[in-house]
Design a protein around this ligand. Structure first.
Ligand code: BGC
Length: 255
């Protein structure tokens, strides 16, 4: 197993991509800090799934939109499982609205969850690693929309573009500490964030016509890439983005 003896924290791991990542890293031998915001029962199910694999798990609720919440998640995780070696910043939200209709509430929710949260959870994690004089790995679940425009999701794109630059900056600043940081950029994956789209046959058909591999991704498609970036097989990779989108991003052709 690739991750025996490691402890991973996966934010937003009560459902969707985060759940799949948490369970996959456990299957690779890691103990897991499960984190949720609004779904404690689902998080308990994920914790139980991990324990069935023979690994230790704790489930911790947190509001990652505040610095205090971010710091408490790291300290509670360390108190629960002794240490944290791998951080997966997965928690994220999106809001669909025309630019001129975006409210301060929704802007703050998106930016706080998708950018401020990862920023300060990562800061607290780095201080934990510094205290242990240990290296570590950080994997951010970004989006193809760290590069690709997505009209009506401008705050979301700004947050993911910010996450991309955070990763590039920190790859340089954290390298002397033996810490690597990379982004994974999923395209259209079957998860709760996409429920409205998945239930609209016309929108789904239009989306599939943009995906050369002609299917939506599965959470497991993302989790397998996280397992690689979390392992020592990726030791020389830092500051980059691995795109997992079935070819969506660069799909352009003329008949
Ligand atoms: C968004 C999805 C969208 C996908 C492809 C993801 O980042 O969360 O809503 O379908 O990108 O555009």
């Amino acid at each position: 197993m690739k991750l025996s003896g490691k402890v991973a924290l996966v934010t937003g791991s009560s459902q969707g991509i985060g759940q799949s990542i948490a369970e996959r890293l456990a299957a690779e031998g890691a103990d897991i800090v499960v984190n949720y915001h609004s779904h404690p029962e689902e998080a308990d199910t994920v914790k139980a799934n991990i324990e069935k694999l023979g690994r230790r798990a704790v489930s911790i609720g947190a509001d990652l939109g505040s610095i205090a919440g971010a710091q408490k998640l790291i300290s509670d995780g360390v108190a629960g499982l002794g240490q944290i070696d791998l951080l997966v910043n997965n928690a994220g939200v999106e809001k669909n609205a025309s630019f001129w209709d975006v409210t301060e509430h929704d802007y703050d929710l998106v930016m706080n969850t998708n950018l401020k949260g990862p920023f300060f959870v990562t800061q607290a994690f780095v201080k934990h690693l510094q205290g242990r004089k240990s290296g570590g790995k950080i994997i951010n679940i970004s989006s193809v929309h760290e590069d690709l425009p997505f009209p009506h999701f401008t705050a979301y794109c700004a947050s993911k573009g910010g996450l991309k630059m955070m990763t590039r900056n920190l790859s340089i600043e954290l390298a002397p500490l033996g810490i690597t940081i990379n982004n994974i950029a999923p395209g259209a994956i079957e998860t709760p964030i996409n429920t409205a789209l998945l239930n609209d046959p016309d929108k789904l058909k239009a989306l599939l016509s943009n995906i050369p591999l002609n299917r939506l991704g599965k959470p497991a498609d993302v989790a397998s890439a996280v397992a690689f970036l979390a392992s020592s097989e990726s030791d020389y990779i830092t500051g980059t983005t691995l795109v997992i989108d079935g070819g969506l991003t660069w799909n352009y052709s003329e008949q």
